[in-house]
Design a protein around this ligand. Structure first.
Ligand code: NAD
Length: 426
């Protein structure tokens, strides 16, 4: 009766294929709620929009945009907006599905959503970027809103873009609606701590996992893929805790320094470099991109894009802990390799949930127009992340399952219980 969706063509290593296989793995642990499992395999709503803009040279360009509201059983949609030339509907569906799992895993009163535009923002002027953002916002304006679906930053989007989204939505709505988007600049209703929140969550869950497996952070060797928001912040926090970051890979290449990279200098270098990348950093050796995966390290943090860790790469990885800063970096076959090799994976749906947690704080602060200190935010964030990981750890111990399947078990129970309690209409 329940046929596969006709408009997507997943394969085992695509983001959507990965997500579906993760749902299959949790299905035996859903108990009586299993009768609702199909809910987890299809988005509630997917909107495809045309985004036409006038380029600076007077020509007209069209971009394809998406907003997927995957599941709204537990509350409004929540999820970032990605600007990338490879974005597809299928990828956005997977990312929206992962947001659904993530908000439930940390017990935030949200469903899951995600958006994206197929565009290379590096090829646009700042004015063109603003026009793309505003037109996209206007097109998806029919389904987003402070009580229905709240976008946030993701790959290649930042606080400025969130400000344009907020302004466009507010102009169309006829009143300032700061709560329509999170990750905004501070003076427009943004929250202290939001920029670093995802990296901080990666660090906090990583520190907890390290403690539980007896790995001392002092002197631990860390390798990071992706040196953007998530990768750079988590690398810095591990370095501040006494770890040494020995390898970093980004879209410009891989660098390595066995004695540890000087992160403040690397960050300054990346921000000043025309390609905004790590390649060419003087105090490190250049390394072949594929060699990155066999660097001797204790902790590996994939913090770039999905699908990066294949089964073959999982065989080469020498870390004890893998902390998924990125969404969906590990394909299911690689998960099996990690399990066989005794490498512990803290999965994306809990590891990188710090960002959406502080987004939730931002949304709450916007509604009450009362703002918290950074210390209050960090303390509340740490408490939520530590509690969530502890519940997930117990679930994993109880069923002898991986942390990923345990996170799905905790989250899917909450999502499907909400689905059942709300009932089907009509
Ligand atoms: P970002 O745009 O700030 O940084 C992305 C990084 O990935 C850059 O360093 C880039 O060079 C690198 N990269 C891109 N393509 C690469 C490639 N082919 N090989 C190696 N490196 C490559 O993005 P971000 O916000 O740091 O997001 C990174 C990941 O974390 C994404 O998967 C995103 O969905 C996830 N995430 C982000 C947040 C957030 O709050 N920003 C929250 C949860 C999850």
């Amino acid at each position: 009766m329940n046929e596969a969706l006709s408009y997507v063509h997943p394969n085992p290593t695509s983001a959507w294929g990965t997500y579906l296989s993760q749902v299959d793995r949790v299905t035996p642990y859903l108990g009586p709620l299993v009768r609702w499992v199909e809910t987890l395999k299809r988005p509630k709503r997917a909107l495809i929009v045309d985004v036409p803009i006038e380029m600076d040279d007077g020509t007209i360009a069209h971009f394809e945009g998406y907003r997927v509201q995957y599941n709204l059983a537990r509350g409004p949609g929540k999820g970032g907006v990605r600007f990338h030339p490879d974005v597809t509907l299928e990828e956005v569906m997977a990312l929206a599905a992962w947001m659904t799992i993530k908000t439930a895993a940390v017990n935030l009163p949200y469903g899951g959503a995600k958006g994206g535009i197929r565009v290379d923002p590096g090829q646009l002027s700042i004015k063109e970027l603003e026009r793309v953002t505003r037109r996209y916002t206007s097109e998806i304006g029919v389904i987003i809103g402070p009580l229905s679906d709240i976008p946030a930053p993701d790959v290649n989007t930042n606080a400025q873009i969130m400000a344009w989204i907020m302004d466009t939505y507010s102009v169309n709505a006829g009143g300032t609606a700061t709560g329509v988007v999170t990750g905004k600049p501070i003076h427009l209703g943004g929250s202290l701590g939001r920029v670093k929140a995802t990296g901080r969550g990666v660090f906090v869950t990583g520190r907890e996992a390290a403690r539980r497996v007896g790995l001392n952070l002092q002197g631990a060797r860390v390798a990071v893929q992706g040196f953007g928001n998530v990768g750079s912040v988590s690398a810095q926090l591990f370095a501040e805790a006494g770890a040494i970051v020995v390898a970093v890979q980004d879209h410009t290449g891989t660098i390595h320094n066995d004695k540890g990279l000087d992160l403040p200098k690397l960050l300054a270098y990346v921000q000043a470099s025309p390609q905004r990348g790590v390649a060419g950093f003087a105090q490190a050796e250049r390394m072949d991109n594929e060699e990155f995966w066999s660097v001797a390290c204790d902790i590996l943090i994939p913090a770039a894009l999905e699908g990066q860790i294949s089964a073959a790469r999982a065989q080469k990885i020498r870390a004890r802990l893998v902390l998924e800063g990125a969404n969906g970096p590990t394909v299911p076959a690689a998960d099996d390799v990690f399990k066989d090799r005794g490498i512990l994976v803290v999965p994306d749906v809990i590891c990188n949930a710090g960002g959406v947690t502080v987004s939730y704080f931002e949304w709450v602060q916007d509604f009450s127009s009362f703002f918290w200190t950074e210390d209050e935010i960090n303390q509340r964030l740490d408490r939520i992340m530590i509690n969530a990981l502890s519940q997930i750890w117990d679930k994993a111990d109880q069923h002898k399952i991986t942390l990923r399947t345990a996170t799905y078990a905790v989250a899917c129970e909450r999502i499907l219980a909400a689905r059942e309690e709300r009932g089907l209409y009509p």
